[in-house]
Design a protein around this ligand. Sequence first.
Ligand SMILES: *[C@@H]1O[C@H](CO)[C@@H](O)[C@H](O)[C@H]1NC(C)=O
Ligand SMILES: *[C@@H]1O[C@H](CO)[C@@H](O)[C@H](O)[C@H]1NC(C)=O
Ligand SMILES: *[C@@H]1O[C@H](CO)[C@@H](O)[C@H](O)[C@H]1NC(C)=O
Ligand SMILES: *[C@@H]1O[C@H](CO)[C@@H](O)[C@H](O)[C@H]1NC(C)=O
Ligand SMILES: *[C@@H]1O[C@H](CO)[C@@H](O)[C@H](O)[C@H]1NC(C)=O
Ligand SMILES: *[C@@H]1O[C@H](CO)[C@@H](O)[C@H](O)[C@H]1NC(C)=O
Ligand SMILES: [Cu+2]
Length: 340
Amino acid sequence: MRLAKLLSSLALLHLASGSPHGRRATCSNPPVRKEWRQLTVEEKAEYIEAVQCLTTLDAKSGLNGTVNRFDDFQAVHSDQTPYIHFVGHFLLWHRYFVASYEKSLREECGYAGAQPYWNWSQDASTNLSSTAIFETEIFDPDTGFGGNGAWVAITDAADNPFNLTGRTGGGCVQNGPFTSDKFQLHHAGGGCLKRDYIPWIMNSFAAQSLVDHVQSQPDYTTFARALENIPQFTEPNIHGSGHFGVGGVLGTLGNQYESPGDPLFYLHHGNLDRILWEWQQQDLPARLHEVGGPVEPLDYSGKNVTLDFTVNIGRLAGNATLETLLNTEGDVLCYTYDTA
Ligand SMILES: *[C@@H]1O[C@H](CO)[C@@H](O)[C@H](O)[C@H]1NC(C)=O
Ligand SMILES: *[C@@H]1O[C@H](CO)[C@@H](O)[C@H](O)[C@H]1NC(C)=O
Ligand SMILES: *[C@@H]1O[C@H](CO)[C@@H](O)[C@H](O)[C@H]1NC(C)=O
Ligand SMILES: *[C@@H]1O[C@H](CO)[C@@H](O)[C@H](O)[C@H]1NC(C)=O
Ligand SMILES: *[C@@H]1O[C@H](CO)[C@@H](O)[C@H](O)[C@H]1NC(C)=O
Ligand SMILES: *[C@@H]1O[C@H](CO)[C@@H](O)[C@H](O)[C@H]1NC(C)=O
Ligand SMILES: [Cu+2]
């Protein structure tokens, strides 16, 4: 009798701690992520100040070429670049990375808001040579992230391996809060922030019709693959829009290793994460528990990731399973978006 009672109370205890419904949610009042243009002038200034604050705090990642907390993020991404793109964990690794950056802005730099995103589809033109997409509040020198880099000609074809046409910059950014006198990178040789706008890539890769195509995919594997598409420029991919539209050939955001050196990286990947989040909302009960895609880059017939697959982001935060990262309001992540 006593044994039976003990066993049944143990069973109850087990149920309470083991069942997802028995677990106390640790995310209350999640920060609400908004499009940059939904922020007030004050909120924009607070965000930019918090980014600048990261550059004044000592590095903790232990990685070579890091002086400050901003560098830490760039170095961790660079370190893992060969293992985190064209794989099943691509989107959730970057979700965790951006959320950890948001957490550092809030907890280490006193930023009270959420990570903003850049909805580039809002400005994409069917006139592919239009530069209107680069003339929005995102690139405003006073309230945004500043504009293009100075023109730098490419004389050695090896510096443009994809033979991209239509470059317009390539040097240090010329205005705004991240010019070389105010902002310096340190990883991989460091130097100024560079941009190299390519209007046709920005306008075509950011088209809302492509976003609609990605969001109409029936499962995680096809969704994630449609979003990244192929590592070439013969077909558009929405992931490439911000990277190569803004970073072009010589710009920081166009460098697959060092791209988080451009503060716009976090607004660009914030938008990709918003697109994933919206796709999940279409069928949340299923899409909180579904992953897929290759463990090894581009290995579409090989081993696939599963819910218990673990990602690490170095010393930026602890290791996490893909299942925990599917939930933006769970035990590891805590944020949401302003769209329903
Ligand atoms: C660290 O970076 C410096 C400068 O780029 C380089 O000379 C050095 O070899 C690097 N050290 C390691 C351990 O990678
Ligand atoms: C993003 O922009 C597209 C194109 O203008 C628009 O249809 C969509 O509603 C926007 N979404 C958000 C969340 O801003
Ligand atoms: C497309 O944009 C370019 C650059 O702004 C402009 O010169 C051209 O007139 C536009 N073409 C059309 C058809 O609007
Ligand atoms: C770029 O051009 C060079 C020289 O014409 C060619 O060898 C190379 O294959 C081209 N690369 C791509 C990605 O098209
Ligand atoms: C991985 O997933 C793909 C796409 O669903 C599938 O074709 C492939 O067979 C899977 N790989 C294995 C080893 O099951
Ligand atoms: C996190 O994952 C990395 C790579 O898989 C591993 O080397 C490291 O030991 C893990 N850290 C912890 C605390 O489990
Ligand atoms: Cu990346």
